[in-house]
Design a protein around this ligand. Structure first.
Ligand SMILES: Cc1cc2nc3c(=O)[nH]c(=O)nc-3n(C[C@H](O)[C@H](O)[C@H](O)COP(=O)(O)O)c2cc1C
Ligand SMILES: [Mn+2]
Length: 475
């Protein structure tokens, strides 16, 4: 049985690597690469060109290490990781997310992430090969570290990738942002004057990574969705120095505490809007333990201007969660597709037949109120006969249905993303932004003559389809 080729569900990064290699979607790079910038540049080009996942096996200064990257940059690989058909990925994903069949993880005694245990002063994070991405990232950042924390009042575990700048052998900075769950949970610890336990998971199965980019509602642990996709609970183990749970199959786990008051100077980082961020005084993770596999593989995520592996994960998972949360408030919503920058620009469709005065305004207000909608700045609303996965359909619809003076709504002084370079307050704490709604739906009644209200397309004929088939084209 152990020699079988792994298939969905992938229970570890190892399973995923074997599967990708079998499917010709992984290359091993034996040429030497330097932590300073080589990996970042290679990953950027890989994301730009839809290239394969990579394992770098020859890392200057780190002969015992391998670095994995770019596993989730294509739709095909995301579909495999989720166990869903590529052809209907968005709809199938929305179905699972809305199913509500969540399964809590199961606690097991031990797992491969416990093969090596290092504590206290014996920890030296510089022994881990952490690549530099942008020219101003110094010291470097852990970019595929999944922050695992627990709410102070409930057992709610929250998982999400955060940027962790290396600050010392046992110290990291953590960009805790107020509108994200880590900000909301950390605020409780600050008010109580208690340190917040944290576990940073580096290297895990691909579904766990996708879930780390899913903005679930308050009090919902993203990893409960692991079971919604696989039908089985995620196996977790307890940390050594706190009560947190982490995937048993993880490659590396960094355990520590975030002091409620301590802050350290941090930044700039090449951030998701595609610019370097400002600098901040950020909370500090004091590291107490590192547990890992004997031959742990480091996971590197390129972060910077899209496309990137991070954007690829986030855009898919944000689309599905925004749809779920928005539909609960506005049932007329049909589809959501994040077009750019972690949902800064997001397209939504509404049921054409249910359109009525005020519906778009209700939708706009709901979009900013849901947890998953925090980052939306430009909301584009379309009729449900527009394919919002086709940029040409989007631009066409925008061109012929949108009247700037009539169909644009701007709301000033909304809660900002903090990292958006168009905000005036960049780098100086909580951002202030604005919100724009572009109503690209067809204007309602009174209608013109019917021929002006139909999309002009030539009628299909059997003969035409036959000719197209002969030409090797799909009609
Ligand atoms: C490489 C990378 C770095 C990220 N850094 C941060 C960060 O420092 N702080 C943050 O709040 N979100 C960061 N994110 C985005 C969050 O992981 C993502 O928005 C997540 O869905 C938030 O989950 P939450 O709603 O549970 O907070 C990062 C994502 C990636 C891929
Ligand atoms: Mn969350």
């Amino acid at each position: 049985m152990t020699n079988e080729v792994p298939r969905f569900p992938f229970r570890s990064l190892r399973d995923w690597i074997v599967f990708l290699e079998q499917n010709d979607q992984l290359r091993r790079n034996k040429k030497e690469v330097n932590l300073r910038y080589d990996l970042g540049y290679i990953s950027k080009v890989t994301a730009d060109t839809g290239g394969p996942a990579l394992i770098h096996e020859n890392i200057y200064g780190y002969p015992d290490w391998k670095i994995f990257c770019d596993g989730l940059t294509t739709f095909q690989r995301k579909a495999w990781a989720l166990g869903l058909p590529l052809e209907t990925l968005a709809a199938s994903l929305a179905g699972v997310i809305q199913s509500g069949n969540l399964i809590k993880p199961v606690l097991v005694d031990t797992g491969p992430c416990k093969e090596v245990k290092i504590f206290g002063d014996n920890i030296d994070l510089t022994n881990i090969p952490i690549p530099y991405t942008g020219k101003y990232d110094n010291p470097p950042y852990i970019t595929a570290g999944i922050s695992t924390i627990m709410d102070l009042d409930t057992g709610w575990h929250n998982i999400a990738i955060r940027r962790f700048q290396l600050k010392g052998k046992q110290r990291l900075c953590d960009l805790i942002v107020s509108y994200q769950h880590e900000g909301k949970i950390f605020a409780k610890y600050v008010r109580a004057g208690k340190p917040m336990p944290i576990a940073i998971v580096i290297g895990a199965d691909p579904l766990f990574y996708l879930l780390s980019q899913m903005p679930a509602e308050d009090n919902v642990s993203e990893w409960d969705y692991w079971g919604a996709f696989t039908g089985e609970p995620l196996q977790v183990v307890k940390c050594e120095t706190n009560e947190l749970l982490v995937p048993a199959q993880a490659e590396i786990v960094i355990e520590g505490f975030v002091d409620p008051l301590k802050r350290e100077f941090e930044g700039p980082f090449s951030e998701f809007p595609g610019y370097y961020s400002g600098c901040y005084y950020l909370p500090v993770v004091d590291v107490r333990a590192v547990t890992m596999r004997k031959d742990a593989i480091y996971y590197y995520l390129y972060m910077g201007k899209e496309p990137s592996e991070g954007h690829s994960m986030a855009h898919l998972m944000y689309s599905a969660q925004i749809l779920k949360q928005l539909k609960q408030l506005v049932p007329e919503v049909r589809d959501v597709n994040v077009l750019s920058t972690w949902s800064f620009t997001t397209a939504v469709t509404v049921d054409r037949r249910a359109k009525r005065e005020g519906l778009i305004k209700k939708l706009a207000m709901a979009a900013k109120a849901i947890q998953a909608g925090a980052l939306i700045k430009n909301l584009l609303v379309f009729d449900d006969n527009v394919d919002i996965r086709s940029l040409s359909d989007i631009i066409w619809s925008f061109s012929v249905k949108f009247q700037p003076a009539r169909d644009f709504l701007a709301i000033p002084n909304t809660i900002g993303a903090e990292l958006d370079p168009s905000e005036p307050s960049l780098g100086h704490g909580p951002g202030v932004s604005s919100f724009g709604v572009f109503d690209c739906t067809e204007a309602g009644p009174p209608y013109d003559e019917p021929f002006r209200r139909e999309v002009a397309l030539p009628p299909k004929s059997d003969k035409a389809l036959e000719v197209l088939r002969d030409l090797g084209l799909n009609g």
